[in-house]
Design a protein around this ligand. Structure first.
Ligand code: PLP
Length: 229
C-alpha cells in the first residue's frame, strides 16, 4: 500500500508525461484531488504532499471537510450536480463550480452570488456522450446556457466540464474530450471571451484528457484509494 504523497507524485509525473507527448506545458494542468471517499486527515496529508486543489461532489461533504482551518492557498472545487436549494450554502465554501448544467441553476446562483457580493467562477457541464445516467446539459443546450452565464455580472464563465463514459480502454474516451475542446473553442469565438478551462479526465482516463487539452483533471481513487494506481 503506497502513501498518498507517493501516489500524488506518480500521478503528477503521468500528467507531465502526457503533456510532453502532446506538446503542452505541464504547468497548464492542475490536479484536483477528489476527496469524496475520505476525510479531512487524508486531505491534510495530500496538502502536506503539495496538492492545493480539492474537489467534492456533495455540498454537505464540502461543508464538513472544507471549512475548519482551511488553508488560504488551497482551492475548493464543487464537481457534482448541484441542487438549487443547496446553492446558498455551497457558495460559502466553494471557489469554483464545475457542474452548472441548467438555466434554473444559473438564476439561483446569480441571486445568491449577488447577496454575497461575490463574482462566482463557473464551468458548464456538458453531457457530451448523452449518457442518461449522467448530469450535464445536452450538447445543443451549451451555447444558450453559456451565453446566459457570460451575460451575468454575478458569474464568471471559465470553461467547460465533462465526464467521459467508463470504458475499459481509455483511448475510447478521446473523441468525447476532443468534442468538449471544440465546443470550448467555438464558444470563445461566438461569445468573444476567453474560456481557459477544460475540466476533464478522472482516474481511468486523465492522460487521454490531458492530451486532448484538459486544464483541470479530477482524480479521486488513484490518490485516495490504495492500490488503484
Ligand atoms: C468521483 C468523481 C471524480 C473522481 O473519479 P475517480 O474515478 O475516483 O478518479 C471526478 N469527477 C466527478 C464528477 C466525480 O464525481
Amino acid at each position: 500500500m503506497s502513501l498518498i504523497a507517493d501516489r500524488i507524485l506518480e500521478i503528477r509525473q503521468r500528467i507531465d508525461r502526457a503533456c510532453l507527448s502532446a506538446d503542452r506545458d505541464p504547468a497548464s494542468v492542475t490536479l484536483v484531488g477528489v476527496s469524496k471517499t475520505v476525510g479531512r486527515a487524508e486531505i491534510d496529508a495530500a496538502y502536506e504532499a503539495g496538492l492545493r486543489d480539492f474537489g467534492e461532489n456533495r455540498v454537505q461533504d464540502a461543508i464538513a471537510k472544507f471549512t475548519d482551518d482551511w488553508p488560504a492557498d488551497a482551492t475548493r472545487h464543487h464537481i457534482g450536480s448541484l441542487q438549487t436549494n443547496k446553492v446558498r450554502q455551497a457558495m460559502r465554501v466553494i471557489d469554483l463550480f464545475h457542474a452548472v448544467d441548467r438555466l434554473s441553476l444559473v438564476e439561483e446562483m446569480r441571486k445568491q452570488a449577488e447577496k454575497l457580493d461575490r463574482v462566482v467562477p463557473v464551468l458548464v457541464q456538458v453531457n457530451v456522450a448523452r449518457d442518461p445516467q449522467k448530469s450535464g446539459c445536452a450538447p445543443e443546450e451549451v451555447s444558450a446556457l453559456a451565453a446566459s452565464i457570460a451575460g451575468a455580472p454575478e458569474l464568471e464563465l471559465r470553461g467547460l466540464m465533462t465526464i467521459a463514459p467508463l470504458v475499459s480502454d481509455p483511448e475510447e474516451t478521446r473523441p468525447v474530450f476532443a468534442v468538449l475542446r471544440t465546443m470550448r473553442d467555438d464558444l470563445e469565438q461566438t461569445l468573444g471571451i476567453s474560456l481557459p478551462h477544460l475540466s476533464m479526465g478522472m482516474t481511468n482516463d486523465f492522460e487521454v484528457a490531458v492530451q486532448e487539452g484538459a486544464t483541470l483533471v479530477r482524480v479521486g481513487r488513484a490518490i485516495f484509494v490504495p492500490d488503484q494506481v
